[in-house]
Design a protein around this ligand. Structure first.
Ligand SMILES: NC(=O)c1ccc[n+]([C@@H]2O[C@H](COP(=O)([O-])OP(=O)(O)OC[C@H]3O[C@@H](n4cnc5c(N)ncnc54)[C@H](OP(=O)(O)O)[C@@H]3O)[C@@H](O)[C@H]2O)c1
Length: 282
């Protein structure tokens, strides 16, 4: 059964995967009645604004996830937009992966066991991000956007998520009832990193690994309130972040992610799911 969340909030909806979530949510057989599509700069998000003009369910809301005053305003706007329905689904999609240390590294891509590893190493070469490239500011920025902000958003939106969960109190745990989806990354998997030792991107990987821990902890806190919390790896996708080397288009990735969200149940809670629904090891 396709996803049937009544109200959804997506962060980072200006471009890339966030924008594609909005595009595909409105086309679902039972589309959300309200989609809060947040972005840092609404006047510059022309594609999102066009979607909002053509679809009355899409409300564009300013939100820089690093700014507490934006979060406060966004919660107020969301509260009045969703009303008694509450918030069925929060998609914590905003994320950063700043390319640092672009100088070429001595990485032998021919050693890759498969295309994914070869591609991964190629991008790693482009992005750098080894120990010498790190700074306190870079690390803190990645933790702020990729971990702290998703946690604070869940905290501030919790009354609305609980309201949505309570309205379907006899339903099992699902993203259609009430859910938090943290967009994570395979690069956050400690298991993957142990096996593919060539990769760096220390700042990004540490932050997304911490996001996965947040998913586990939030599941512990929110499951009994009927809220499903999970992480999803969207695949390696052709976006500004994923570069043209990505393996799939944003449309392909998000179609698969929405399908996975529709099927997510108690077995998915506190886990990192691949876009295709398989559980990834942490
Ligand atoms: N693409 C991939 O291959 C891939 C793989 C694994 C995981 N992911 C994850 O998927 C998510 C989306 O990635 P993407 O590929 O769509 O990246 P993207 O094309 O770089 O888009 C990133 C989005 O995050 C927003 N953002 C950045 N900083 C923000 C802030 N402080 N406040 C609010 N929004 C902010 C950006 O807004 P602006 O337009 O204002 O900059 C933009 O909408 C990220 O969490 C990423 O880590 C992506």
């Amino acid at each position: 059964m396709p996803l049937a969340a009544r109200t959804v909030l997506v962060t980072g909806a200006s471009r890339g995967l966030g924008l594609t979530f909005v595009k595909q949510l409105i086309k679902l057989p039972s589309p959300p009645e309200v989609i809060i599509a947040t972005c840092r700069n609404p006047s510059g998000a022309s594609e999102l604004q066009a979607l909002s003009q053509a679809n009355s369910s899409v409300k564009v809301v300013k939100l820089d996830v690093e700014k507490d005053e934006d979060i406060e305003e966004c919660v107020k706007t969301t509260t009045s937009a969703v009303g008694e329905k509450g918030l069925s689904l929060l998609i914590n999609n905003s994320g950063i992966f700043e390319p640092v240390g672009t100088k070429s590294r001595d990485v032998d891509v021919s050693k890759g066991k498969d295309d994914h590893e070869k591609g991964h190493l190629t991008v790693t070469k482009l992005f750098g991000g080894s120990l010498e490239d790190q700074s306190r500011a870079l690390m803190q920025k990645h933790f702020n956007v990729n971990v702290t902000s998703p946690i604070i958003l869940v905290q501030k939106l919790l009354p609305l998520l609980k309201k949505a969960a309570a309205q379907k109190s006899s339903d099992p745990l699902s993203c259609s009832r009430a859910g938090v989806v943290n967009i994570s990354a395979l690069l956050a998997s400690q298991d993957f990193t142990q096996n593919y030792r060539g990769g760096v991107s220390l700042h990004y990987k540490c932050s997304k690994t911490a996001l996965n821990m947040a998913t586990i902890m939030l599941d512990h806190e929110l499951r009994d309130a009927g809220i499903l919390v999970t992480s999803i790896h969207p695949g390696w996708v052709k976006t500004d972040m994923g570069t043209d080397l990505g393996h799939m288009t944003a449309d392909e990735s998000i179609a698969a992610c929405l399908d996975t969200m529709a099927k997510a149940d108690v077995k998915s809670a506190g886990k990192m799911l691949n876009f295709d629904g398989n559980v990834l090891t942490f």
